[in-house]
Design a protein around this ligand. Sequence first.
Ligand SMILES: Cc1cc2nc3c(=O)[nH]c(=O)nc-3n(C[C@H](O)[C@H](O)[C@H](O)COP(=O)(O)OP(=O)(O)OC[C@H]3O[C@@H](n4cnc5c(N)ncnc54)[C@H](O)[C@@H]3O)c2cc1C
Length: 268
Amino acid sequence: MHGRVARTERLTPGMVRVVLSGGDLDHLVMPDATDAYVNVAFRPAGASYDEVFEPTDVREATPREEWPARRRYTVRSWDATVRELTLDFVVHADEGVASRWALNAGAGDVLVFTGPSGGYRPDPAAHWHLMVGDESALPAIAASLEALASDERVAVRLVCDGPEHEIDLASPADVDLAWLHRHGDERDESLLVAAVQALDFGGTAPSGFVHGEADEIRGVRRHLLEERGLARRDLSCSPYWRRTMTDEAWRRIKREYVAAMEAEAIAS
Ligand SMILES: Cc1cc2nc3c(=O)[nH]c(=O)nc-3n(C[C@H](O)[C@H](O)[C@H](O)COP(=O)(O)OP(=O)(O)OC[C@H]3O[C@@H](n4cnc5c(N)ncnc54)[C@H](O)[C@@H]3O)c2cc1C
């Protein structure tokens, strides 16, 4: 599947919105999820195949160095009427295939992907909701906030580099939102867990959505399961990326990392 860049927008110094249209978006089927994501395929420079390609065919027909780089991106929104798909890319200071692509994206550029698929939608039966993450989880959290009803309650804790990196979030629900700003040192890794530790749960357990940098969200997960008594079924938690690792390096160890993470707080 592919779309073409209709327009881009610099949401913050660290985030670029890319709106896709055309291509074969007419055939896109959105799952019933607010964390739906696409698996994007970036063609390497100098590749021998066309800009519109089928990732599995390319893997069969070309040597490994020509295979596309794969990255996952959340569907921030899908407008089924005009068939427009919106993705928000963190453009981080570290070199990255996807980050670089988004920074340079211009009208007409092709983006190839598979999906979307996804699994989370805020449960309307929850006592209240807790959403925690960094910029990479912001598209899913923003979409989830929009999907809440006016009689629902949510606490949101988000980490970013500073006030200019904050994004306006809309929700019909009763929202307790706090942005945490990184210091640029080792304290950053515990900002999210400290913010969740400081929350008054008021005697009821929330339904949680916790996604972002692997080690940061692992600490939050442990706290929620071990110290706050959250049931695993009430927690959507996955590491979206890993500090100091490219996605290729991360995917090589991700299964093992997630298994070790899942083995924690096994009693809950
Ligand atoms: C299901 C799912 C949904 C996701 N949705 C989104 C989304 O909507 N928007 C989004 O921006 N990301 C999202 N991500 C995360 C994104 O796929 C990764 O951050 C990816 O590594 C970025 O690729 P890259 O080519 O830019 O950098 P890479 O080549 O993978 O990495 C290069 C360097 O940049 C660092 N890096 C990677 N990501 C970040 C970051 N977010 N902040 C700071 N440094 C980073 C790496 O640690 C590495 O040192 C999602 C991930 C998953 C699994």
